[in-house]
Design a protein around this ligand. Structure first.
Ligand SMILES: Nc1ncnc2c1ncn2[C@@H]1O[C@H](COP(=O)(O)OP(=O)(O)OP(=O)(O)O)[C@@H](O)[C@H]1O
Ligand SMILES: [Mg+2]
Length: 257
């Protein structure tokens, strides 16, 4: 998207002068300020240890900043409590770098969790689980315990779980680290469908294949500092830009919390 377009859209994420220090003296993030628009797809890159996972953990409230302000959907996420915090959590889907699946539950049960928590009808949940498994070519794994899956399969289940409840914000940490080229493409197509349906998406990755043909914005971190931020023009990937929604993501309004 153009700079003008970016600034004219509401921000989904605002980070202002954010620092995160881990004891004894690790500056994992140092004075990071960035605004990510509602409906934007945004890449976060940088070498191992650069601070990518830390930034995503701050955005989903798993870690608190040492300094600075973080707003998600217009709310200071470090001050939200009670019902508002529960609602905010329902609007954020996270695919963790270490998956965090319930390994003694089936694939279908793992993917269904966020929808069950928000009281979706059983038939809707069943259909959504089947659709996601089909998009990721995991149809035959529906009833398998996730602990018995390969790492690449677990990675895709973690992504399916993150997007299942059509969150307005999707945070994805190294979504393709264990995947072959075909599975990588399926993962990206699913994320693009979610984005086309309005979801804001932040992807942390080492995998150049994910962003080298994209014109979305790319933020590069180095030792916790912002090294560069490309502007991007929002045209995305010409070959899959028309991939519209069987992902069934959100209206992306992000203002219902
Ligand atoms: N809980 C913690 N306690 C102490 N140090 C931490 C903690 N979490 C992260 N760090 C440190 O913060 C820095 C940034 O880590 P982070 O996991 O964010 O990097 P990353 O960019 O995601 O790396 P990778 O590409 O390997 O996943 C690293 O130096 C890491 O060792
Ligand atoms: Mg990481």
């Amino acid at each position: 998207m153009t700079e003008a377009t970016t600034s004219s859209r509401t921000a989904m994420i605002e980070m202002i002068k954010v620092c995160k220090k881990f004891p004894p003296n690790v500056m994992a993030l140092d004075d990071i300020s960035v605004s990510i628009a509602n409906g934007e797809m945004f890449f976060l890159i940088g070498r191992s240890g650069a601070g990518k996972t830390t930034l995503l953990k701050l955005l989903c409230n798993m870690e608190r900043p040492t300094n600075g302000l973080i707003e998600v959907a217009g709310m200071n996420i470090n001050q939200v409590t009670g019902n508002k915090l529960a609602k905010l959590r329902q609007k954020v889907g996270v695919a963790y770098q270490d998956f965090r699946l319930l390994t003694d539950r089936t694939v279908a049960e793992n993917i269904a969790i966020s929808m069950e928590v928000s009281y979706k009808k059983p038939q809707i949940i069943r259909n959504r689980v089947k659709s996601l498994l089909s998009q990721l070519q995991l149809e035959d794994k529906h009833d398998i315990l996730t602990g018995d899956l390969s790492r690449g399969e677990q990675q895709r289940v973690a992504l399916a779980r993150a997007v299942a409840n059509s969150p307005t914000l999707i945070l994805v940490d190294e979504p393709t680290g264990n995947l072959d080229a075909t599975s990588t493409r399926q993962v990206m197509e699913l994320l693009i469908r979610c984005n086309n349906s309005g979801a804001t998406i932040v992807i942390a990755t080492h995998d150049e294949a994910l962003y080298q043909h994209s014109t979305h914005r790319i933020m590069k971190l180095h030792n916790g500092k912002l090294e560069s931020l490309t502007r991007g023009d929002g045209r995305g990937w010409p070959s899959v830009a028309g991939a519209r929604d069987s992902a069934g993501a959100t209206d992306g309004s992000g203002d219902e919390i």
